[in-house]
Ligand binder design. Structure first.
Ligand code: IPD
Ligand code: CA
Ligand code: CA
Length: 250
């Protein structure tokens, strides 16, 4: 692996320590636009550390992070798309299901993606064309059909208008699969499908920082990812996401 990618993984592990060692007695929490949408001082702290560290590692790359004031996506050149804490509500609740997600984009497509779960010390990563890994071990999607599968979903919690439809689709998948799960972290859900721990994941509305790294990890692990209509994902605006192993019919 190139040194700059190793350096990114090291930086993410350090940020994982910040999340794990958060002073849980006094976490400053602010509300953002939408239903039940929060940001904590730790989201901002981790984003600042990543912004600074990543610009030292790849100094010709721009930075887009969820907690940024102004975010400009670009289809030209290099830029990072970062979610400093994916699973903020889980973090606030001390639910131990949150991660850091970093994607390096080049001319509109992800060339490197890493997702770190500090609670399990699991580092998922992928380089374009070189496969996907979890803690240095190659990972692959499962070959189970949906009827023998676990379906993961996100409820698009910040968009109340999508709740009913989300649960209707989840119910439909539930009737066709073994069971469903809702973790609270889209990035970790994508890694779970990539690692063959689940067969399908969907969410009706996500932001590029939720899926930029996970989409590369999933496809490098042999999976398929599109929006809900079967179109290629876009990385410059929100979209729906449907991710699965290559076998699962939808
Ligand atoms: C959220 C999580 C959640 C998903 C939401 C995301 P955040 O990200 O990934 O699982 O359902 O749609 O926005 O806000 O915790 O970074
Ligand atoms: Ca997120
Ligand atoms: Ca976040």
């Amino acid at each position: 692996m190139e040194q700059q990618y190793k350096d990114i993984l090291d930086l993410m592990r350090k940020c994982g320590e910040i999340i794990k060692n958060a002073d849980r007695e006094s976490i400053a929490i602010d509300e953002k636009t939408g239903r039940a949408n929060f940001v904590t001082e730790y989201d901002r702290m981790v984003q600042d550390k990543l912004n600074q560290g990543l610009s030292e590692i790849v100094n010709d790359a721009l930075f887009v992070g969820e907690e940024g004031e102004t975010n400009t996506f670009s289809s030209k050149g290099k830029y990072f798309i970062v979610d400093p804490i994916d699973g903020t509500t889980n973090f606030i609740k001390d639910y131990h299901m949150s991660c850091i997600s970093v994607a390096l984009m080049k001319d509109g497509e992800a060339v490197f993606g890493a997702i770190y779960n500090p609670y399990l010390d699991e580092m998922f990563y992928a380089m374009k064309g070189e496969g996907a890994f979890c803690n240095e071990k190659k990972i692959h999607v499962s070959s189970e059909p949906l009827s023998n599968g676990l379906v993961l979903f996100g409820s698009s919690p910040y968009k109340a208008e999508l709740s009913k439809k989300s649960f209707e689709v989840a119910y439909d998948f539930f009737t066709k699969a073994l069971d469903i799960r809702r973790s609270g972290s889209a990035a970790l859900d994508l890694c779970a499908v990539a690692a063959g721990r689940a067969e399908l994941y969907f969410e009706l509305n996500l932001q590029p920082w939720d899926y930029a790294a996970g989409s590369l990890i999933l496809t490098e692990a042999g999976g398929v990812i599109t929006d809900f209509e079967g179109n290629e994902l876009v990385f410059d605006r929100p979209c729906s996401v449907l991710a699965r192993n290559g076998v699962t019919e939808v």
